[in-house]
Each structure stands twice: as C-alpha cells, then as structure tokens.
Design a protein around this ligand. Structure first.
Ligand code: DGJ
Length: 744
C-alpha cells in the first residue's frame, strides 16, 4: 500500500484503484507527481519537471546553478508549499519564528510507515476497525531555519478510495513561536478543466449546490463564524467539467471539523491546480510553546474514476464504517415525534403524556421533548445554562416513566454550549460567557456562547448536564447550537492570544461531546444547529444523525436532502414530516422515509384519515428503513438542474431497491421513465408501482414507466424486489391482475 523507492525517493501510496505519488527532490522538497486511477510505479522524469526555470541560488559568495535541473518555487507542484520564498501561490503553513520573522520553508527530514492509523489528538477523525484497514505514512519535515518540525500524515485506506491527510507541528526551538496559518491538505496537480461543487446556504435553506469553474482567481469556500453556520459546507467535489453523476474523474475533499474552515482553489500561472484545505486563517493564530504540538483537523481526499455517485458511495461507506460510532452506524433508528413544531414552549406534563399516547396509537417509537423543559424557559430569552427541570411546568420523571411503560423511547433537547444573559448561570458565573468585555456583544436569539476554551467551564457544564442524564432514563438527546461566535474574548486567555479562541472553542466543544458519548454510550445523539447549520463529518463522529433543516416544506426538503446526500449517508439525515400544508401526508412521508424519519406535528390535529395514512406509512418506513441504513444511494435526476428529483437506494446484495421520484412542475404529458441504477442486470425484479416483473437491465436502461399526468409535487415511491424468475411471477401477476399487490 505504501511503497518507498529509496533510489528515486518516490513515495507511492495506493490501493486497488487509486494511486497518490510524490517524491523528495534533490533539495528536500516534497513534489507531487500523480494522483488518480491506480498506476504502477512511475519515474520522476517528466512528471515533476516544470519547464519554468533552472534552479539557481546564492550561497553568500556566488551563484550556484544546476543547468540540468528544473525546479522552481514559482512553478513546482509541492506537497507543502513554503511562505515568503519565491513561491507566491499560497502556502501550507506560515509561522512567526522566535526572532519575529515569518519565512516558513519546510524540507524533508525523515519518514516512517505505520501499519494501521494514527489519529489527530483531541479532534474527531476517521477510525480504523483494525490495522488491516490501511497504512499511514508520516513524513517529517524541518523548517530550514529553526528546530520546528512538521509531520505530514497520509492515511491510505485499503478498501476505499480514500486518503486522509492531516499535519502536526512541533516546536523544539526552546521559545514560543506562533502559527499564523496551517493547512490539513494541499493538492498541486495539472489542471484538467476542473470545476468545484460546493454547498452554501442559510437558515431554512441549509444546503444548495453550486458549481464553479476553477480559474486563475482564488476561489474560497469557507466558514468563519466560529463554530459553523450555514454559509458553506466543508465538503466539496473537484471534477473535470465533463464528469457527471456516473461518468468521469471526481475528487471529494472534506474536513472532519466543525469550526472555521477554508478550502481555496485556483490555477497557477502554469495551469496547475493549487488547492489548500484546513483551518480558516482569517481569524486564527496559535502560540506554540516549546515542546508543544499542534494538530490540524483531518481532511478526507476521496477519489472516483466513475462519476459523482461512485464518490458519494465512498463518502457514505467511509462515514458508516469509519466515522459514525459503531454501535449506531447500521442500527435502525427509532421513528420519532418531536414536541417543537407542535408546541414550541407551550407544553406541560399532560400535553406530553398525550403526545406519548398519540405516538403509541400511531406506531411511533420515540417522543422527544424539545426546548423549554428547564429553568424558566417559556420563551427563548432565558435560562440557557440552567439545566434543571422546571418542575412547575413538567414532571419529567412522570412523563419518562409513562413513555417507558408504553414501550415508547424518550428523548430530550439540550443546548450545552450556550448561556442566556437572563439566567442563574450568568448571575453566578458571569465570567463564563465568551465575549470581549470592551464592547457590547451581539446577541443572537437572545443568547451568548459559553467560554469552552476553559476546561473549568467544560467541566461545569458537563456536570450540570450529567445530573439530568444520570438521573433520568433518557434514550436519545437532541444537541442544539443556535448561534455563531462573535466579538469573542476569553477572561482566561491573554488578549494577544484571542485569535486562538475559535480553534480552542472547537476543542472544548469536542471535549464536551467526547465526555457525553463516553458516559452515555447508549444514548442516540442527534446534533442540530438551528436546523442543519453544523452538518459535517466532525459532528457525525459523535452524533450518528443530524437534524437536516428547520425547513420542512417538502419542496425545499427534497432539494436540501439531495444536496446533503452528496456526502452524508441518508441515515444521518433527520427528516421529519411536519404540518406544512404544501403537500399531503403521503408526499411528506415518502420524502422523510429517505432519511431518519419522524414527525413534527400535533397528532391531535390530524383527521382520522390522516392518522390512518400515518400508520400505513410508519409500517412502510419501518419495513424498508434497513435499505436506507445500509444501502447504496444513487442520484438519478438533480433537482437543481431538472424538473424532477429522482434517486434510488439499493441494498448491497442488490435484492431490494427503493426508488424515489418528485415532480417540481405541473402536468407533464411527455412519456417519462425512471432509469434506476445499481441493480443486478440479470436478476428479475418485481416493481410495486405497476406490479410488473422485469430484469434489472430493463429497469436500468428502459426504466420504470411513470408516464401519466404528473401533478406538481407528485411524489412516487417504488419498491423493487428481486424475485426468482420471471415466468412464475408474471404468471402470478397475470392471475392476480385485478388484485395487484399495492404498496401505496
Ligand atoms: C432550533 C432547532 O432547529 C429546532 O428544531 C428546535 O430544536 C429549536 N432550535 C429549539 O429552540
């Protein structure tokens, strides 16, 4: 998997399908040679040469020039670009040295290979289940001037086309240095008409797909709101402009991090793609004391030579097998009903007990008590931080016992990173709030953020929360985060180090999450940030599911789910049916089926007919949820480019597929076929729409015929089930013509 050709000094990292190759050049720089479809060993000749100029330097007395050697800071393709040298195309890292200078230039020092994986300390990461999963190369570089070492980690997966990269900086100078910028990943590779697919959004419009050509101007995809907002997602796809869902080369890049990030991409003067991914350097600095180490977040680099769907499979498999906690990754998730949209803050013991009764009647597995159960929280102006049950409002023990007596699971909402100015916590510990005391800080949703850069604050808040989770039998926790960071200042850090706050805040957040999952390994966590404002692999490391959006209008939901599905497995998408009047129960239920389903409505307001529909759908959702949890997802039609949203999910053994189609436009009289993907072409499948049986190759090439007057918003679910042979089933189908099996 990792091979070092010591004669030519070439590192060749590969698995069955994917190669990533770089070398150490004569001067000690790491030069990128190749990445992409697996190839054998390559020589250095004509791969690393950039005909820019011969390398010349001045040794203090005379010019030294190697006439036969092409190397240029201006044009060479680096694995770790320097700063303030003749390379002006962006740098991997920039450091203020012990003497105050900033020239940062790392050269090869040593390397080692490890069977298995090394993880970045204190940060969420991809996990190996055994050493067999892959190998890690650690290349240690040394700064040309001082005893500063940079370890570059390359983790190659055996069975997935994934290379994970991160870095560690070590200060051995004997004094303080300051990190001004440090990347997790740098990619320098010849341009191949690349464009980049990114996801941007805002509250209730959580992720939209945007495709941008990579040009010679710097393209920046970032978030700089401290602990993430909706602005942009830390996952992108770089692809040749002709690559499409099922064709062409694509690279996926994703940071396993929920804080400020930046992915920069541009073409240099010689048309090399220069891409950096890592912590956003806009509001970042970190003083590294002697002997201290600094870890960057992991960056996932995934590869496909077969289009976006294949890349998506890699991300979904990576998430389910190597990021999401093992206990939950493939576990079917409870169908839930949440109190927020039906009741907001207006509930009491009786109302929640009634919700439990309704849940039971409707065959729902879990009731979640959302915001409003603690302190004096009858609106959003108060009590964050006062994690004590508001006994006047709700008898928590009684409702939990009641739920459990009916075999209904019980979930509770928290928002641990926050503090309301109007709270006991603020009265007792005003220093716990994270803001610059020299200004009046912005309140968002009337709240401030806790200073999680401090261990004592993390301890305090964990202690408070664990009093609840220790004392009540809670099965699920919705962990919310409803503002971003602004005007930050910590009373425990010297002011000149406040540019460390955002990174340290994330470490504090992760500490809190770590402690929670260690103490309550069986509680199912669903993270949330005003909807899906913190949807990333960092969060998925702790919480197997994430509330996808506060927007539950089915038209918008389809778009948001489609965009989110690009990287994140369907089972991680909290997808609930609400009281949105936009479409009927059937449409909304089908959409929520393609995620972790649930309800955000007051069942007592449903008509008898709607209740019957809910029951029917719940049966269906439960019956097929395993397909969502473990199957391969294929996008068929992209709603950002088409009048339809279409996709299908196929079990790994190809025995069952759930097919989804949603129509955005009014009546369409043209003939329409859903061309399903990923079936076994030679096997026969029964389809629940027309009760016909055809071969996989028919459904994949001709398609399922949905020619009919399609109303706007029409949502179709088809279940394809492998059957043993066409003759018998067709005969049966004919015999039963008048009582065809109907799934819907
Ligand atoms: C924002 C979430 O997205 C909602 O679902 C709900 O939990 C509210 N916060 C509660 O304050």
């Amino acid at each position: 998997m990792i091979n070092f050709d010591s004669k030519n000094k070439i590192f060749n990292l590969c698995n069955e399908n994917f190669s990533y190759i770089f070398c150490i050049n004569k001067l000690g720089y790491l030069i990128h040679l190749y990445n992409g479809k697996k190839i054998g060993n390559i020589g250095i000749e004509r791969t690393n040469e950039i005909m820019v100029e011969r390398y010349a330097t001045y040794d203090g007395t005379k010019e030294i020039c190697d006439e036969s050697y092409y190397f240029s800071q201006m044009g060479s393709r680096f694995e770790c670009s320097s700063f303030l040298t003749a390379n002006t195309r962006g740098s991997f890292a920039s450091i203020t040295h012990t003497d105050g200078t900033k020239l940062t230039n790392f050269l090869y020092h040593s390397h080692k290979t490890i069977y298995g994986k090394v993880d970045p300390k204190d940060l969420p990461h991809t996990r190996f289940n055994s050493k067999e999963d892959g190998e890690t190369l650690i290349v240690t570089l040394k700064d040309v001037k001082e005893e500063i070492y940079l370890d570059l980690y390359y983790v190659i997966f055996r069975n997935l086309n994934v290379l994970v990269r991160f870095a560690k900086l070590i200060n051995k100078t004997g004094k303080d240095i300051k990190i001004n910028r440090i990347s997790s990943f740098e990619l320098n590779t010849p341009n191949d008409d690349y464009e980049i697919i990114s996801l941007h959004g805002q509250w209730a419009d959580d992720r939209e797909i945007e495709t941008t050509k990579i040009t010679h101007s710097n393209l920046v995809i970032e978030d700089n709101r401290g602990a993430r907002g909706f602005k942009q997602n830390p996952s992108v796809i770089v692809k040749n402009k002709n690559a499409s869902l099922d064709y062409g080369e694509c690279y996926g890049i994703s940071l396993v991090y929920s804080g400020d990030f930046k992915i920069e991409a541009r073409l240099d003067e010689y048309d090399n793609l220069k891409l950096f991914a890592g912590i956003n350097d806009e509001n970042f600095g970190f003083v590294l004391q002697n002997n201290e180490e600094f870890y960057t977040p992991e960056c996932i680099f995934a590869y496909s030579s077969n289009g976006i769907n294949d890349l998506t499979h890699t991300f979904h498999d990576l998430a389910r097998n190597h990021i999401i906690r093992k206990e939950f990754a493939f576990k079917e998730r409870p169908l839930l009903i949440n109190s927020w949209e039906p009741f907001l803050f207006d509930f009491d013991t009786e109302k929640i007990k009634k919700l439990i009764d309704d849940a039971k009647e409707l065959d729902i597995d879990q009731v979640v008590l959302d915001d409003g159960w603690f302190g004096k929280r009858n609106n959003d102006r108060t009590s964050l931080g006062d994690w004590e049950v508001n006994e006047e409002k709700i008898n928590l023990r009684e409702v939990i016992d009641y739920a459990h007596s009916k075999n209904i699971k019980f979930g509770l909402w928290i928002e641990p990173e926050m503090i309301s100015p109007e709270s006991n916590l603020m009265k007792e510990h005003p220093d716990f709030a994270l803001f610059d005391r020299g200004v009046n800080p912005t309140l968002m949703r009337h709240q401030l953020v806790l200073d999680l850069t401090r261990d004592d604050v993390v301890d305090y808040i964990f202690d408070k929360i664990s009093k609840i989770f220790d004392n009540y039998e809670i099965d699920y926790c919705k962990w919310d985060f409803n503002r971003t960071l602004s005007e930050c200042g910590s009373l425990s850090l010297p002011k000149e180090r406040w540019d460390e706050i955002n990174y340290r805040f994330m470490l504090g957040t992760y500490k809190l999450f770590n402690r929670f999952v260690e103490r309550y390994p069986n509680i199912l966590l669903e993270s949330c940030a005003s909807g899906g404002g913190r949807f990333d692999f960092g969060m998925l490391y702790y919480s197997p599911q994430i509330w996808t959006s506060d927007n539950t209008n089915p038209y918008d939901r389809v778009m948001i789910q489609y965009a989110t599905n690009l990287f994140y497995p369907l089972s991680s998408l909290g997808a609930h049916v609400s009281a949105s009047p936009a479409l009927g129960m059937q449409e909304k239920a089908i959409i929520s089926m393609f995620g972790t389903a649930g309800y955000e409505l007051d069942p007592s307001k449903l008509t008898e007919n709607e209740k019957e529909q809910v029951k029917t759908f719940n049966k269906l959702i439960k019956e097929w949820h395993y397909v969502i949890t473990e199957g391969d997802y294929y996008a068929i039609k992209n709603p950002f480019e088409d009048n339809f949203a279409q996709w299908n999910v196929v079990t790994k053994d190809k025995k069952v597929s759930l097919v989804f189609s949603f129509n955005y436009k009014g009546v369409q009289s043209k003939s329409r076929f859903i061309k399903v993907k990923g079936l076994d072409k030679d096997k026969y499948y029964f389809n629940s729409l027309t009760n016909d049986v055809y071969k996989g190759e028919f459904y994949m090439n001709v398609g399922i015929n949905i020619s009919a007057p399609l109303k706007e918003g029409m949502t179709i679910l088809v279940v394809l089930k492998q059957v043993n042979g066409v003759v018998k089933v067709v005969a049966n189908a004919k015999a039963n013509k008048n009582k065809r099996e109907k799934l819907l």
